[in-house]
Ligand binder design. Structure first.
Ligand code: TXA
Ligand code: MG
Length: 320
């Protein structure tokens, strides 16, 4: 039987409204993907540039045929391996997809989220849901319904699903001439994609083909600085010497090295579990940002596997 929550959220979406819903990556801010006027509301609510295209969320493979021109064999492989899950694929779009969804591009990004509430909602609506991350443009993505509440209050209908599992947005991939191009790194890693397709992906995270990768992103208001191991303690010590209120975003192991320092620590979990680090990253940025600090220091991570996606987000969040 359908829950009250799903029924209400469905009514809001069917009436052309917006719903924030949990996915396994981050919360999405959704509207009926086939209704331009509803999708328009997402852009104004987020203050998102209209040239930044949205991801369309589906619950069944059969929904693809209304959205895309065709699906290539390598895309079939990726779908079979990673859907439902944190992989977005970019396809040539069908005429049914409104221009506003694709930011005027000839392509459309689609994914099938691996979250029971998201899947149930899409099935209940009967149409695909266009949804960016549920944050004002440029801010860290919401990984808990409390973040969504802090960002938008009661201006949107909010589904409360607690903390999301991955905490990093989906990996965005387009297959071009039988080669996978990664436009955004995520928890499906380049290694995962190579294993499934047999082809080493091109990492193209500043691509003109993916406009969203160019905008300011994930940034807290407080200054954020990524530190290497070599300067970790000295830079933090110097900031304290200058009378700064210092926030630290670090693994349990790195935070331990700061015992006795007067700093506000957000623990990202053990360095041996990058999955957990990724899932806690935005919570850390959002929560430290609420503490009126002068500067937040975050440690560097090795740029392999999931570390690559974590460093991508940190470097973007730290750039001014
Ligand atoms: O995990 C996620 O993907 C979350 C959840 C809610 O599904 N959504 C999300 O959406 O992160 P958003 O709007 O914050 O990021 C969408 C990304 C942008 O980097 C955008 O450039 C890229 O997807 N994108 C969307 N449509 C595209 C297209 N047609 N071609 C290339 N890149 C596209
Ligand atoms: Mg986003």
């Amino acid at each position: 039987m359908q829950s009250d929550l799903i029924r209400k959220a469905t009514e809001v979406l069917q009436g052309g409204g917006l719903v924030a819903f949990p996915t396994e990556t981050v919360y999405g801010l959704g509207a009926n993907a086939f209704e331009s006027a509803a999708v328009e509301k997402i852009f104004s609510m987020k203050e998102r540039p209209s040239s930044n295209p949205l991801i369309v969320h589906i619950a069944e493979i059969s929904q693809l045929k209304d959205l895309v021109e065709k699906v290539e064999p390598m895309e079939q492989l990726l779908i079979a391996a990673f859907w439902p899950g944190p992989l977005t694929l970019v396809f040539p779009k069908s005429d049914k997809v409104p221009k506003i969804v694709s930011g005027g591009l000839k392509t459309v990004a689609v994914r099938m989220p691996a979250h029971p509430m998201a899947l149930e909602l899409i099935k209940s609506c009967g149409f695909p849901i266009a949804a960016p991350s549920a944050n004002p443009s440029g801010k860290p993505s919401a990984t808990h319904h409390e973040h969504v509440k802090a960002y938008f209050g009661d201006r949107i209908f909010r589904m409360e699903g607690g903390e999301t599992q991955h905490g990093l947005e989906s990996t965005v991939v387009q297959v071009k001439n039988k080669v996978p191009h990664i436009y955004r790194l995520g928890s499906v890693t380049p290694e995962d994609i190579e294993r499934v397709t047999g082809v080493k992906p091109v990492i193209d995270t500043r691509s003109p083909h993916s406009p969203g990768t160019h905008f300011k992103h994930y940034s807290p208001e407080t200054q954020l600085c990524v530190l290497t191991k070599e300067v970790w303690k000295t830079r933090i010590y110097q900031a304290l010497e200058h009378g700064k209120r210092v926030g630290i975003l670090a693994t349990t192991e790195s935070a331990r090295s700061l015992r006795g320092f007067e700093v506000t620590v957000f623990d990202l979990g053990s360095e041996s579990n990058l999955m957990e680090v990724g899932s806690r990253l935005y919570s850390g940025l959002i929560e430290l940002d609420q503490q009126k600090l002068n500067i937040i220091f975050v440690q560097e991570f090795p740029k392999t596997g999931l570390g690559l996606a974590i460093m991508d987000r940190l470097q973007r969040a730290a750039s001014r």
